[in-house]
Design a protein around this ligand. Structure first.
Ligand SMILES: NC(=O)c1ccc[n+]([C@@H]2O[C@H](COP(=O)([O-])OP(=O)(O)OC[C@H]3O[C@@H](n4cnc5c(N)ncnc54)[C@H](O)[C@@H]3O)[C@@H](O)[C@H]2O)c1
Length: 363
């Protein structure tokens, strides 16, 4: 069964179709968008051999000329030179202002293809076909597109909403288990900040979800899309409530940066970031030790890291501050005051942030 969540953004509203076989809706989607001529299929070097051929056929079935653009996989390729290369591919493939870009892959492909679509010929439409959990529960929804700069992650980008998201659970069957676990950190996060019911579901169903039972996986994907869509509809440009989605991210980005983006996957760093955010909330007297323990047990049940004995606290803190400086912002921390309810704090002292990072050391 396919369920549909609508992201309500006036004349830029779009559907997210979720379920096994959702991708079969591609020809009708392209027809309803009145796409003409060529369509670019942007994917990465891992996903291309696994999943690009059926998409190419579906594009042809819609009467369009497919232009397959394969970027090398990996965060190090999420950079401006890749946009230049893709725009070259789009021109060679015959794309024009009425064309569509299809992003087939994880969060990296979605962010890069989305930004290329946002800028090519001053902006053309794009469709997200997310193939990782991170992309299905998070990055394909909400229209944030970006590439990294050497000094800061996701710093060159644009808000550019997709025209449709086709979230096909079948793709998860080829996803490496470590990627699956890491992506689920974002779904657990949605439960912690917005929906205790989702958190309870994640607590109860870890074995089925980790066994890639697609019926069990449907709930975190659909519920995450519902939660994120509602937030984006209210605060598309992250001027308020949308920042709650960054729970665990202020610490997590510091952890990613201090390890050169190599030691932890994004979701793993966010899991550690949520542990630090939990310690901060306890330090602030917002939650009790039982909350901290409950959050930890759930992340552990998904095989996510919940401690890092060797964390270089000073360097991590310095990078967290540097990240914010690069973005000309104040350090904003998202914490919770109960399961399912987030609060934003800009009054956290360096000593409090340091103690939260220290809490990641268990020895
Ligand atoms: N735009 C947003 O709102 C937003 C939100 C969260 C994360 N992000 C970004 O997303 C990126 C992380 O995304 P990700 O975790 O999906 O990483 P990713 O895109 O690198 O995908 C993870 C790995 O899995 C492979 N892969 C993808 N789908 C597969 C499949 N079905 N079968 C087998 N292998 C598959 C990829 O080639 C890659 O090696 C980061 O750059 C992060 O900044 C963006």
């Amino acid at each position: 069964m396919i369920s549909t969540v609508i992201v309500e953004l006036g004349d830029r509203s779009y559907p997210i179709h979720i379920g096994r076989g959702a991708v079969d809706r591609l020809p009708e989607t392209l027809a309803s968008l009145r796409a003409k001529g060529a369509a670019a299929i942007v994917t990465d070097s891992n996903v291309a051999p696994l999943h690009s051929e059926p998409i190419r056929k579906l594009v042809e079935a819609a009467g369009l000329k497919p232009a397959l653009c394969v970027m090398p996989a990996g965060e190090e390729n999420k950079r401006l030179t890749q946009i230049d290369l893709l725009c070259g591919n789009f021109l060679e493939g015959g794309l024009d202002r009425s064309s569509i870009v299809i992003a087939l892959g994880g969060g990296i492909v979605g962010d890069v293809a989305g930004f290329a679509a946002a800028t090519f010929m001053r902006g053309i439409r794009f469709i997200q076909i997310p193939t990782t959990i991170v992309a299905q529960v998070d990055s394909s929804v909400g229209g944030k597109t970006a590439v990294n700069h050497a000094l800061a992650k996701n710093i060159i980008g644009a808000f550019h909403q997709p025209s449709t998201v086709l979230s096909d659970l079948n793709y998860l069957s080829t996803l490496p288990l470590r990627e699956l676990r890491a992506g689920l950190a974002e779904a657990i996060k949605h439960g912690i900040i917005e929906d205790e019911g989702l958190f309870e579901f994640m607590e109860r169903n870890a074995p089925a979800i980790l066994a890639k039972d697609l019926t069990a996986l449907e709930t975190p994907v659909r519920r995450s899309c519902e939660i994120k869509s509602a937030i984006v509809a209210e605060d598309e440009r992250e001027e308020g409530r949308r920042a709650n989605l960054n729970y665990g991210h202020t610490f997590g980005h510091g952890i990613e940066a201090v390890t050169g983006y190599k030691q932890f996957l994004h979701g793993e760093a966010i899991a550690l970031g949520m542990i630090a955010a939990g310690a901060l909330a306890e330090d602030l007297g917002l939650v009790d030790a039982a909350f901290v323990e409950r959050q930890k047990r759930c992340l552990e049940a998904y095989g996510l890291p919940v401690a890092w004995n060797e964390i270089p606290v000073d360097e991590t803190l310095a990078l967290m501050k540097h990240d914010k400086k690069a973005r000309a912002g104040t350090m904003k921390f998202i914490v919770v005051d109960r399961m399912g309810h987030a609060v934003q704090r800009t009054d956290i002292t360096e000593a409090q942030a340091r103690r939260a990072l220290e809490a990641l050391k268990t020895g």
